[in-house]
Design a protein around this ligand. Structure first.
Ligand code: TGC
Ligand code: FAD
Length: 388
């Protein structure tokens, strides 16, 4: 959003340091990432050449102050996600997973040995991580997972399949959840070169094409005791990682919405039909105003959330509310932008339709829109409505 259009002066709510970080990521996305992203989106590949530049900007595990992390604020983290997703949701996904779903659980639940082994290289972008919770038959309901961790002498044997795993096919390390002999869920840190683990790239995606999505198949995969996340017991540990990633998504999708809005506004002011710019038609202005209005509301929501998170007070339900609202908002803004662009809206010379397709995945992952509705509904009523 251009400064002169910032009617509520949202910019004033962002400190100098956060603004500097945001602007450097914005410049990186514009100058280095976007020129290659569209081609990767066409080919359905992840732009691995961007990993090192992102690491040099300090974008992996940025809120950690140890193991090489930059120690930035929660707001700065959110704004990093916003600028990455202004480019493409696939780029933000890569960083969400690396930071919130791999670096975070290893730091919070891992042993010192696991931390030393993985955190410096993940933060430096020398290693890539992935997070395996979802299975072919258990998406919204991970509590039903079937992946087993059978106890054997000095370790565990994993059997099962994790599907729809971002970075799964390119990762060096996987944080994976499995059910032990007692039926409890436990987390493991798995080197992806471990015998018994095979991986498959998932093909045919019409969304998040510039992101690697894979399947992890564990077949009698032996892991030593040292692979167990010592403090990662129960579904609760897995779900607490999701809070971090959902927070990043609440900010990230604002970036996608801003990209679509800016594109649609510029287009509407220059595209002439019936002898005047289409921005001069009331119906087009209404679309632009609805988008603008929704974006500002989402920005204010995420800024408040960052403030709460910085104080350690962002509850899971507050995060669900923001993920749910902001993703639906961004999808709506992307669809409106696509419409304003007319036929040009369906080609990838413009970003709106790519963002729109990406946001369909963002609506589904990290808890679907429906699941977040039920999380907030449960908090409001005290009644869980997840199963009939
Ligand atoms: P439930 O009984 O509600 O919870 C079990 C325990 O966990 C606690 N809990 C949480 N703790 C921290 N943060 C949260 N967000 C939490 N949600 C629940 C809860 O208090 C309880 O603790 P305790 O002490 O009583 O044991 O569990 P449930 O089985 O009824 O499930 C509830 C439900 C449906 C909300 C949950 O399963 C859920 O969130 N489902 C959605 C699954 C999901 O989001 N999967 C995401 C997979 S990862 C991914 O999509 C990555 S995409 C990455 C990218 O590319 O960006
Ligand atoms: P389902 O759970 O089968 O849901 C299908 C539909 O039913 C949805 O509309 C859902 O809202 C609805 N539904 C389900 N239960 C209810 C209910 N109780 N009430 C009302 N409606 C309901 N997972 C990982 O573990 N790691 C990753 O890195 C990862 N990356 C992903 C990347 C991509 C591109 C995608 C698309 C997914 C990724 N996922 C990942 C998986 C993602 O978290 C799941 O797809 C998501 O949790 C939904 O599960 P599902 O697809 O099995 O849908």
């Amino acid at each position: 959003m251009r400064n002169e259009l910032d009617f509520l002066q949202v910019e004033d709510m962002i400190g100098d340091e956060e603004r500097m970080i945001r602007d450097s990521v914005r410049a990186f996305v514009k100058e280095q990432a976007l020129p290659t992203l569209v081609e990767h989106y066409r080919r359905g590949t992840f732009p691995r050449s961007l990993i090192q530049p992102m690491a040099e900007l300090g974008l992996f595990g940025p809120t950690l102050a140890d193991y090489g992390g930059a120690g930035v604020s929660e707001l700065a983290y959110g704004l990093i996600m916003q600028e990455l997703e202004r480019g493409d949701s696939g780029l933000r996904s890569f960083c969400s997973v690396q930071s919130s779903l791999v670096i975070y659980p290893i730091h919070r639940f891992g042993s010192e040995q696991q931390r030393q082994r993985w955190l410096p290289s993940l933060i430096a972008g020398e290693a890539v991580g992935c997070f395996g919770l979802t299975e072919p038959d258990f998406g919204s309901n991970p509590a039903g997972m079937r992946t087993r961790a059978r106890r054997v002498a000095d370790g565990y044997v994993l059997d099962g399949t994790k599907r729809w795993i971002t970075n799964g096919s390119i990762a060096d390390v996987a944080v994976v959840f499995a059910r032990n002999d007692e039926g409890e869920i436990q987390g493991f840190v798995v080197d992806t070169q471990t015998p018994g683990l095979t991986r498959r790239e998932m093909s045919g995606k019409l969304s998040l094409r510039a992101s690697a999505t894979g399947e992890l198949i564990f077949d009698e995969c032996y892991l030593p005791d040292s692979a167990l996340l010592p403090k990662g017991d129960g579904l609760k540990a897995a779900l607490s990682c999701l809070n971090q990633a959902r927070f990043g998504i609440a900010f990230g999708v604002v970036g996608a919405a801003l990209a679509c809005f800016d594109e649609a506004l510029d287009y509407a002011k220059t595209r002439v039909q019936f002898g005047q710019p289409i921005a001069g038609f009331q119906l087009v202005q209404q679309e632009l105003v609805e988008s603008y209005n929704a974006i500002v509301q989402a920005q204010l929501l995420s800024l408040r959330l960052a403030e709460l998170k910085g104080r350690g007070q962002a509850s899971p339900v507050a995060i669900s509310l923001a993920k749910r609202n902001n993703v639906a908002m961004a999808l709506d803004v992307a669809r409106r932008a696509r419409d304003i662009l007319g036929a040009n809206g369906i080609v990838d010379d413009y970003g709106a339709m790519r963002h729109m397709c990406n946001l369909e995945s963002v609506k589904t992952y990290e808890g679907t829109h429906n699941i977040h509705t039920l999380i907030v509904g449960q908090a409001l009523t005290g009644i869980a409505a997840f199963s009939a």
